[in-house]
Design a binder for this molecule. Structure first.
Ligand code: GLU
Length: 314
């Protein structure tokens, strides 16, 4: 935040090649970094390794290169041993502070516990964990680690504690609020399959890389309170957030790898960039036309982004 030199990042999960939607997110984060005279990094978010086909990371890096989006530092892979050690250290700190606890519940256990509570504790198709293991494992074996999502820790012998309502400000969406306890519940930090959860990895990495500004797609906006909470508990700085509009496919759904978005057509990189800039609402004037180079389009887009932010053109 203020006082720290601007550092932004693009953090793709290499589950598929870049498509038109992810190019918009990449371009927005690059433009914001350039417009502020800051640095722009690329982080390959491959913690969920089984979902990342081999070679997808290098394909994404070469797609970024083709559209002239060059990181200022060598990319970082979340699967690197050094990163994993940092996630383990963060979990150990949360455990030592009694904000993280082991959980023995399978999906089936969670579904049954929810059913017993009257059902309907779901969010984006995910079950909101009812907190069964907050009071201990009752002799069962730990499978995962979760973060206690309440405002305070429960009193000795109790399992409930006051709700945690988190507020944060998005540069585009404005003031936001979420009741983390009710809407999200105690979320996973280390999964039953031994993989680190995105929420923990992203917070540790943003802090370690000195990221001051997170610019990413709006579909990730409601992860932000979980990340803000982890920043608070880990003593990590709070970056500024800007969530960009989503690109919808013809079916009106978010364009994503999961719903079969086509890989970027890079036979005309300048054209692809021009379309991405348009989706961000930037008017590039002459440079949006055909026969322009990638650097013409990028230069015009930076100027348009600076104008939008009211920053002096540099
Ligand atoms: N890796 C996430 C994704 O590709 C983005 C994470 C982030 O920008 O915080 O959806």
């Amino acid at each position: 935040m203020s006082g720290r030199p601007y550092r932004g990042r693009f953090a793709p999960s290499p589950t598929g090649p870049l498509h038109e939607g992810s190019l918009v997110a990449a371009l927005a984060s690059w433009l914001d970094a350039r417009a502020h005279g800051g640095q722009w990094l690329v982080r390959i978010e491959d913690v969920d390794r089984p979902r990342c086909p081999p070679g997808m990371d290098t394909l994404i890096l070469s797609q970024l290169q083709d559209v002239g989006l060059q990181p200022d530092e060598p990319p970082v892979w979340q699967s690197a041993a050094a990163q994993e050690a940092r996630y383990a250290q963060a979990l150990a700190s949360l455990v030592a502070q009694h904000w993280a606890y082991p959980c023995a519940c399978s999906r089936k256990d969670i579904a049954q516990a929810i059913e017993a509570l009257g059902g309907a504790r779901e969010r984006h198709g995910e079950l909101v964990y009812p907190g069964t293991c907050r009071c201990g494992l009752q002799g069962r074996e730990a499978r995962a680690w979760r973060l206690l999502s309440t405002a305070m820790q429960p009193a000795t012998g109790a399992c409930e504690a006051p709700d945690l309502v988190l507020s944060w400000v998005d540069r585009r969406l404005g003031a936001q609020e979420q009741n983390l306890t009710r809407e999200v519940g105690d979320f996973v930090l280390l999964r039953a399959d031994g993989l680190w959860a995105y929420q923990l990895a992203v917070v540790v990495d943003d802090a370690w890389q000195g990221i001051t500004d997170v610019v990413r797609g709006e579909d990730l906006a409601d992860n932000t309170p979980r990340q803000v909470r982890l920043q608070q508990l880990l003593g990590a700085p709070h970056p500024r957030y800007l969530h960009t509009p989503l690109v919808l496919g013809d079916n009106g759904e978010k364009l994503s790898k999961q719903n079969g978005a086509q890989a970027l057509d890079l036979s005309d990189p300048a054209g692809a960039l021009g379309r991405a800039a348009e989706r961000l609402g930037l008017r590039l004037g002459d440079a949006s036309g055909q026969h322009h180079s990638v650097s013409d389009v990028l230069g015009a887009a930076v100027a348009a982004w600076q104008e939008r932010l009211g920053l002096p053109r540099g």
